[in-house]
Structures are given as C-alpha cells and as structure tokens.
Design a protein around this ligand. Structure first.
Ligand code: DQQ
Length: 537
C-alpha cells in the first residue's frame, strides 16, 4: 500500500483510512479520566470540504490513536446543515461539555451544546445534544451577521463565578470576539462589549483565549485567575489562512483583553507557525500541567491530487506551549511522548561546516525522522549587513533561497532529498549584522521539493529571536513523508511545510547538513532518529 500512498504520514495524525476522506481541523481537544480526546471536522463523503461532522479519536499518550464513531453529526434543526468547530470545557464537577457551531435550516450559524450520555464511559462515545439548542443565535437586534458567527471557545469562569465564552465574528472587515456570559452554561447573554476586536483583519475563525504563567513553563487551567498570568488571544484569519496571536492582559472587571504590543493582523501579529498551520486550538492537560496546542496542516497539492489520493489534511504533532522568558512571545515544542517513536539513531561524520559543505546524516529512514541539530558561530566576520527595508521574512527567504550563497548562511538541513539533489526541502538559517547586533532568519525553502510542478511550493520564513553570539542556534525538524515541521531556537519560531517529492520518497529519501555561506559554522550536536510509525486510527 505504501507505494501508492507515498505521502501518507507515519506518525502525524490522519483520519482512519484513505478511502474515508476528509478535511480536518482540531475541535475540542481535551483530557477526561486520563484519556485524551481529539475531535475533528470531517467530511465522510470526500477529500474536499463539506458534509461536516465531528469525527472522534482517543489516546492515552497523544501518539497512538483509536477511532470512535462520530461524536456529533447533524440531527437537530439547530445543526441540520453541518456541525462546525467548537470547544470542550471541563466543568468544576469534572463533567465535560461541548459548545459547537451548528448550521440551521436557513444556513444561519448558531451555537449549540452537547453533553456525554454516559460519564462512566471513558471513551465518551455517545453525545446528547441539548433540546434547548440553539443556545446562542445572531439576531438583527444584536447586529451580528448569521454567516459570520461561529467557533465557540473553551469557556472560563470569571471572578463573579459566571461563565464566559467568545465566538468568532466580523463587522464589515473588522474581526471581533463576541463575548457571552452565563450562570448555568445553558442560558447565555451577549455582553455589550466584545472581549476584543481588530481592524480590517476579516473574519476571526476559531478564536482561542487562555492564560499563561509568567513564572514557569507549566500550563494553567483556562479559568485560572491570578497575578502571575498573561493572556493569549489567538485568531485564525480567514483571509490569509494563518493563526495569529498577541500576548496581553485580561481585565477581569471590564471583561476586555488588551494586547501588550501589536495586533492580530498580518502586519504586526505573531504567528504560531510561519508555514502551514491553521484553525488550531489549545487545551489544558490537567494530568501533566501543560497547555497543548493542536493545529491543522492542509495540503499544498491541487484539489484533483487530493481527490486522486483520496484524503486531505493532517494534524501537526501536539505542541506544548508556554510563555517565553521575554514575555513577548510563546515557545512551542513537540510533546515529549513523541520521542518514544525514536529508533535507529543516524550519524554524521563531520563537525565543522566550511563553505560549500554538504554532509549526509546516514543510517536512518530519512522519510520518517526526527532531527535535532545545534550550530555554534564563533566568527561573525562574514555576516552581511541587514537592510532595514527587509520587513517580510517570507519574502526574504524566497529571494535568498537555499541556492543563494551568502556570508553567514544559508546553513541547515536538506531533508527529503534525492540522491542527485534533483529534489530537496531546505530548512536553514542566515545571520545578518544589524548595527551592533545580529538578526537570525529561519527559512523553509520548498522551491525544489518536488519535480511535480502541480504543487504549491511557496517558501516560508521567520525572524528568530535568538542572539547567536551568546546562544547556540538550534533546529529540530520532524520529517514525515509529506510533512516537514521545524522548530527553530528551541521552539521560538516554527515553520511547517507540505511537500510531495517524486524521487525522494520512502527509502530513497536522504538527509544532509549543509553550509552554502562563505563563513564557517560549527555543529555542536546532531541527533537524528528514524521514527517508528504510530498506531493511528
Ligand atoms: N471551518 C469550520 C468553521 C471554522 C472553519 C467549518 C475553519 O467552524 O470557522 O468546517 O477553517
């Protein structure tokens, strides 16, 4: 089967089987009685979007997944035309509830609730919808457009004990997080003020609002209240298909969120991932006191290709997420559980990378691997001067792609490479001099990833907030057939790409470390493993 399906993943979550097609995004991830639940938007009838139901899988380790029957599918007038995104909330009595968007007979978006039928079933296979649904509706009275009113978040309790939830929306092209409050979780009242809004961003899909600790990397419950907390508001921008976030404060009295800096838009917003990663959602893992982020990675191939291969959409590896010491951004790292799939470590023969070096990391299955590498620069003489007009890291990475020789860099990894380098994806750094400091650029260059021209081979890039004088420059890349998921600077910048090599598949794929810059670069550590396949659905 594998040769017909060279792009199916070995350890990244996909729907059950390739003839059951679907597009998926995470809905309502949660942990209940020690079992992780993952729900996702699924089309049982095809490899394109439509006929949306909630598919459901569970896991005890976030690595291996067991499928269950659909948790929620259209049955009530309030969701007869589709069961769209939503979130789970674990109530103080330990009971999980789900709020989700239903599409009603008039194709209006409304918010509904479902509860487990049998709380003694750890798999929570059966869900009962409330007869009162819909619980929240847009009306001409409250001026919300019924086609832009969706994706309720996990609810949180305010200092007054009432529940709060936000719903994504827009007014003209201004994104808005509409706030609702409830005493009993069933009767919801719209607040006069939204929690937050943004200018000219377009629709805010799948908002997520959660506290992060300012004193440790451990996660906190969504309803936590206290001094040592900052808040994160993330929105998925329908117009650009990227997930943006800001870090800020939540005023418990006024029920408003104020970002410390910037806004959730393409100009100044921070992104979870500078490649493909959308409609993501976090949950608090009470078993391990961490906050976990799930994101959806769609295809970079044509719809025809999706239909031909019979599936579309995968999930990123769940990421632990916490506030960076600078308090200016988040840090993300693949959950530690994934490391149990590591086997057959690879090896690298040389440690110093002079100009033009290309060294193979051998002895592993390079189409399904986990690579960690650290670089140390001791001589910055060759660093080129950073030009102040270089605002857009993605543009800079595509202009200065992996084939463009530089001063310090490009250096990094060539993954999913064919023997003759007809195909490769390059994940690399460049270091520029900017006055007395240095700027680190991280790129994922897909332009030579496949000989098949029918794919989107856009190059991605991000600036990485690491000082290469004091710190080593680390890169971790999870390679999984058609996924290249990279974490720079210990998770300060993440870039996920989809690639479809025609030669560099299965055992033909190679892995190289390279340096195409004139300046020398030292490799301090390199660890690479073949990844065993997870049991997924
Ligand atoms: N897709 C869902 C919506 C959400 C969007 C429908 C995100 O609920 O806004 O499948 O891609």
């Amino acid at each position: 089967l594998t040769s017909d399906q060279p792009y199916r993943t070995g350890y990244h979550f996909q729907p059950p089987s390739h003839w059951m097609n679907g597009i998926c995004y995470p809905n309502a991830p949660m942990i209940y009685k020690g079992i992780y639940h993952f729900f996702y938007q699924y089309n049982p009838l095809g490899a394109v979007w439509g006929n949306i139901v909630w598919a459901h899988s569970t896991s005890t380790d976030l690595v291996n997944w067991t499928p269950h029957k659909y948790a929620i599918s259209p049955s009530q007038p309030a969701d007869i035309n589709g069961c769209w995104s939503g979130s789970a909330t674990i109530l103080p009595n330990g009971k999980p509830v789900i709020l989700y968007t239903g599409i009603d007979p008039e194709n209006n978006q409304v918010q509904n609730m479902a509860v487990p039928k049998d709380l003694s079933d750890p798999f929570l296979e059966e869900w009962t919808k409330l007869p009162q649904n819909p619980l929240m509706e847009s009306t001409s009275y409250n001026c919300i457009d019924a086609s832009s009113f969706r994706d309720p978040t996990t609810a949180w309790q305010g200092t007054d004990g009432r529940w709060r939830v936000i719903i994504g929306s827009k007014v003209n092209r201004n994104g808005i997080a509409i706030l609702y409050r409830s005493k009993d979780f069933v009767h919801w009242t719209k607040a006069e003020q939204p929690l937050h809004s943004g200018k000219k961003t377009g629709m805010w899909e799948c908002p997520d609002f959660f506290p992060v600790s300012t004193t440790s990397a451990t996660g906190v419950d969504t309803s936590s209240i206290g001094k040592n907390l900052k808040y994160v508001l993330k929105v998925s921008l329908d117009e650009t298909k990227h997930d943006y976030y800001t870090i800020g404060s939540y005023n418990y009295e006024k029920d408003t969120y104020v970002p410390d800096k910037g806004s959730v838009d393409s100009d100044s917003g921070l992104r979870y991932d500078y490649g493909k990663f959308y409609a993501s959602k976090t949950f608090f893992d009470s078993a391990k006191n961490r906050r976990i982020l799930w994101g959806w990675i769609n295809e970079s191939s044509s719809v025809e290709h999706d239909i031909e291969k019979g599936w579309s959409g995968v999930q990123a590896i769940p990421r632990n997420v916490w506030l960076d010491k600078s308090r200016k951004q988040l840090v993300q790292w693949p959950v530690a559980e994934i490391e149990k799939l590591r086997s057959n470590p690879g090896h690298l023969s040389s440690r110093g990378l002079k100009e033009g070096s290309k060294v193979e990391v051998g002895g592993l299955t390079a189409s399904q691997a986990d690579v960690e590498i650290s670089f140390k620069i001791s001589d910055f003489e060759e660093a080129e001067v950073f030009e102040e007009s270089w605002r857009d890291p993605q543009l800079l990475c595509s202009e200065k792609d992996a084939s463009v020789k530089g001063g310090l860099g490009p250096f990094g990894l060539m993954v999913l490479a064919s023997e003759g380098l007809e195909e490769y994806t390059a994940v690399f750094f460049r270091i520029f001099k900017r006055r007395t400091k240095y700027v680190v650029l991280m790129c994922s260059d897909q332009s030579r990833s496949s000989l098949d021209e029918d794919n989107d081979k856009t190059t991605y890039g991000a600036f990485l907030n690491v000082d290469p004088v004091d710190e080593e420059l680390s890169l971790r890349t999870l390679i999984d057939h058609s996924i290249v998921e990279s974490f720079g600077g210990g998770g300060k910048a993440c870039i996920t790409a989809r690639v479809y090599p025609t030669l560099a598949t299965e055992d033909e794929a190679r892995l190289f470390v390279f340096n195409k810059g004139t300046g020398s670069v030292g490799v301090t550590t390199v660890s690479a493993w073949s990844m065993k396949s997870a049991k997924i659905n």
